[in-house]
Design a protein around this ligand. Structure first.
Ligand code: ZN
Length: 315
């Protein structure tokens, strides 16, 4: 009797799982959408949430400035239906594997014409800060110091990226056209509403002076009208020199610096040493949204979290 009951129970579980597999994800397309970094997945999720899953290439804690692909990453890229990445100037590690994909299988967001015209120059480009120091001159994948590539931190650019993802996916999955478009319009609307919240959070911090670890936040700061004094480095792979540190230390005194922001991805002994000698607040800014799950409203949550990180140190 007990065996019979057990048999019925197991059969019930088995058929429930089969029914779930057949009917539940009926609206989900099993596509391979890959983004290089987490914030691009936040933006993509605004368009594809409820339609297809997204994979992120870079694990949390790694930086797009110096990542090296694992063998399994190459396989993922090869099998992808669409790879969304920042572009060759920031993500050199993706340049070769992506050059083997057909044009319609990837979006390099900083290469989109509608975004090229919105790129802003690096903090020190005007002063030719790096011109004499570029050790990579003979490398054909040389770092481009002319433009700041952290475009995902501009809500305006995020909308253009979302639109491009939407248009690309409509070409691959025309049967999902309506849902993709609807999601995109919803994403745009949410960003506008979120702007009010972020502006309210940042209101009291607009005129406070601060330094950031690396030049990642210019798009966010420009969009929300914050007042940074500068950064320790444009590229976190390059440590600031003695002259640069001396200049920054002088700024601490002249400008009444309120806060110095470090990042969870990097630990700099040089900078930690300078900070030890001051009484300035230390804050953490995370430009990559570590640990935030991927949902349709993740991009908004990411901006809210970042603005709270600013305020926690500045106020
Ligand atoms: Zn960066």
């Amino acid at each position: 009797m007990i065996y019979k009951l057990k048999y019925i129970f197991y059969m019930f579980i088995f058929y429930t799982i089969i029914c779930f597999m057949i009917f539940s994800p009926s609206s989900l397309v099993f596509a391979n959408i890959i983004t290089s970094i987490r914030p691009l997945a936040f933006i993509a999720a605004g368009v594809v949430d409820g339609i297809m899953p997204i994979q992120i290439l870079l694990p949390d804690g790694f930086s797009p400035h110096d990542y090296s692909l694992k063998p399994s990453d190459f396989k993922k890229i090869k099998q992808a239906d669409l790879v969304i990445w920042i572009g060759p100037d920031m993500e050199k590690f993706l340049q070769k594997p992506i050059s083997r994909l057909s044009k319609n299988k990837h979006i390099a967001v900083t290469e989109l014409n509608s975004i090229k015209s919105l790129l802003i120059t690096d903090f020190y480009s005007k002063n030719n800060y790096f011109n004499n120091k570029d050790k990579d001159k003979n490398n054909k994948y040389r770092i481009n110091y002319q433009y700041n590539m952290h475009v995902w931190l501009s809500p305006k650019i995020a909308c253009i990226i979302a639109q491009s993802i939407c248009n690309n996916l409509i070409k691959i999955y025309p049967e999902k056209k309506e849902k993709l478009r609807l999601n995109f319009y919803e994403f745009k609307k949410n960003i506008k509403q979120n702007d009010i919240l972020v502006n309210n959070i940042l209101n009291s911090s607009r005129k406070k002076k601060y330094f950031v670890f690396h030049d990642a936040y210019s798009y966010f700061e420009k969009y929300y009208k914050l007042s940074p004094l500068g950064c320790f480095t444009i590229n976190p792979e390059i440590q600031p020199g003695i002259k640069k540190i001396y200049q920054i230390q002088n700024q601490f005194i002249i400008n009444k610096v309120q806060c110095i922001f470090l990042e969870p991805q990097f630990n700099s002994a040089v900078i930690n040493n300078i900070i030890k000698k001051t009484k300035i607040n230390i804050g953490i800014l995370d430009p990559l949204g570590i640990g935030l799950p991927i949902y349709r409203d993740s991009y908004m949550k990411f901006l809210i979290r970042l603005s709270k990180q600013y305020v926690n140190c500045l106020n």
